[in-house]
Design a protein around this ligand. Structure first.
Ligand code: GLN
Length: 564
């Protein structure tokens, strides 16, 4: 097994996750089996209890793991499926060590950070790196390990120390370190500054890790002189200084790496058994990025949510929309709308904001209401759904979006005035959405209905079924505590709100559709988590097709796009 540790310097949030995923991709494209581990040095066991404002979206895996959104990058770039143990946190490590201590595994010893925590980290990484990440079940050959935060943080010290020891344990030819750093270019002089990088590399070396590659994030390509300076002051060869400048699409990052000879570098440094010289996979990526720059037509989707100030909160949703737009050769404009601004209270307090929000909504080609928690903004989302239904605008409701679509329909078609989810109004006369019985109210972390579950199609005429390739069932990922009330569902169905997909027991309503509408679909699950650049998620793809006015034609043609 070859281990590639990716550390960060200077600042977090400069694209370390994309760089680590791209390293995996260029190696995978040469025939290697690649896995990934993300380390988050916080004490939380997992990301499940975070607000999306804290670290962006909570990504959900097949096994129900609620993890950092970087795991989404790995799954999408490498087209693999990870498990919750691929996301390691300080909380998980301490929990496992403390459990062992209670069991008596360290009897008579003092349990300490070194060696017990550092050993536990190394064992975890070695054990998890071997786990197969795709259907063929083979053990991966390379594991990319991304260490969150920046070198020097108090929290990441035990991890750095663990890898300092690890490099000797697994031997030099099986371990290398990539250090991702920032080269700022202050507008005062316009010069590319290397000092922060020098400092962070010095810090890394002081802790016992030597970078094999220094990946410099910069706004424009690095000047040769700057590269030489980094090489000189950071004690590496110039070819070990890699430049990743700002690019129009993240898909260009692997191409930039390939162009700078990284595959050859890894080959000799790690003695890799590269299977193919030809690089079909990357060629496909190149073709895709070139194509993206040339799109002429565009379509817009209104994303009506409440975390619109932190776009990472909707990372996978936006990716799924992008993948779909790419598949139909359209430029995509996502119009973010804070649903609170669509409400009467905003009309009263800030009429300009209210009218602007409605103007944005009404001018979009399609409407998406994504998942969410908490009452703030739900009425605004219901207004948006009502508008999309009545004005026949393509609509997709995901999780909370589907639940609110049921409430909207109950209120405005069935005439159940205060119909609501008991999440927002526990005393509603019409509890159209209710809490699921198995939810454990005593504990918040990890207690939702989580992960991959099966949905059976109940109707052959379902649009979504066709979009999925006329299958009988789909397996998608879930994360919810509430559901459509099975006792009231027939009232909704009688008036045309069809539950065309249900769980295996027929208890959980999973997919809704209404007829006589270009595209009105709600899904209880989160299809965005399994969307891929070359395999867009069908519910999102349907929304984009409908928004571009191509859905009917696509369905008539047996789900094929007309040649351009
Ligand atoms: N808050 C809703 C629930 O718990 C929806 C969750 C979501 O959208 N992920 O069921």
């Amino acid at each position: 097994m070859k281990y590639i540790l990716v550390t960060g310097g200077v600042l977090s949030g400069i694209g370390k996750g994309i760089i680590a995923s791209s390293v995996g991709l260029i190696l995978k494209s040469r025939g290697l089996r690649v896995s990934a581990i993300k380390i988050d040095p916080y004490i939380n066991i997992d990301a499940g209890t975070f607000s999306p404002y804290e670290h962006g979206e909570v990504f959900v895996l097949d096994d129900g793991g609620e993890v950092d959104l970087d795991l989404g990058n790995y799954e999408r770039f490498l087209d693999i499926r990870l498990t919750k143990d691929n996301n390691l946190t300080t909380g998980k490590i301490y929990q496992s060590v403390i459990l062992k201590e209670r069991r008596g595994d360290y009897l008579s010893k003092t349990v300490q950070v070194v060696p017990h925590i550092t050993d536990a980290i190394q064992e975890w990484v070695m054990g998890q790196a071997k786990v197969a990440v795709d259907d063929n079940g083979f053990e991966p050959q390379v594991c990319v390990i991304e260490l969150g935060g920046t070198v020097g943080d108090i929290e990441s010290m035990p991890f750095i120390e663990a890898f300092r020891q690890f490099q000797f344990k697994v031997k030099r030819e099986n371990f290398c370190n990539i250090h991702v750093s920032l080269i700022p270019q202050p507008s005062t002089t316009g010069e590319q500054k290397t000092k922060p990088t020098q400092n962070s590399v010095r810090e890394l070396r002081g802790l016992g890790l030597c970078p094999d590659l220094i990946v410099c994030r910069c706004s424009t390509p690095l000047d040769t002189a700057v590269k030489e300076k980094i090489s000189m002051f950071c004690h590496v060869e110039p070819k070990q200084v890699i430049c990743i400048q700002d690019v129009s699409s993240v898909y260009k990052v692997p191409l930039l790496m390939e162009d700078q000879g990284l595959v050859d570098f890894f080959c000799s440094r790690l003695n890799l058994p590269i299977a193919t010289k030809h690089n079909k996979m990357l060629r496909k990526w190149k073709e895709m990025t070139d194509r993206t720059d040339r799109f002429l037509e565009s379509t817009s989707i209104a994303l009506v949510g409440k975390y619109t100030k932190c776009l990472d909160s909707y990372a996978s949703v936006i990716k799924a929309l992008e993948h779909s737009a790419l598949a139909i050769n359209y430029k995509l404009e996502v119009k973010f709308i804070d649903s609170v601004y669509l409400e009467q209270s905003t009309e009263r307090d800030d009429p300009v904001k209210y009218h602007q929000a409605w103007q944005r909504l009404c001018s979009a080609n399609g409407v998406l209401v994504p998942g969410g928690f908490g009452v703030r903004g739900t009425e605004g989302k219901i207004h948006a759904i009502n508008w999309a239904r009545k004005h026949k605008k393509p609509f997709l409701g995901v999780c909370l979006g589907m639940q609110l679509a049921a409430c909207e329909f109950a209120r405005n078609v069935l005439g159940w005035e205060d119909a609501n989810s008991t999440e927002f109004d526990p005393n509603t006369k019409y509890p159209v959405v209710i809490e699921m019985p198995e939810h454990n109210p005593g504990q918040m972390g990890g207690t939702m209905r989580l992960g991959r579950r099966r949905t059976i199609f109940k109707s052959t005429s379902s649009v979504l079924r066709k979009l999925y390739g006329d299958v009988e069932y789909v397996d998608e990922r879930h994360r919810h505590r509430f559901e459509v009330n099975p006792e009231l569902k027939h009232h909704l169905e009688e008036k045309g709100f069809h539950f065309v997909g249900q769980d295996q027991e027929g208890k959980r309503m999973e997919i809704t559709e209404i007829k006589d509408h270009p595209y009105f679909v709600g899904v209880q699950y989160h299809p965005e988590f399994t969307s891929r650049p070359f395999k867009p998620s069908p519910p999102y793809f349907g929304l984009l097709l409908a928004a571009a006015g191509k859905l009917q034609n696509y369905l008539i043609k047996g789900c094929r796009l007309s040649p351009r």
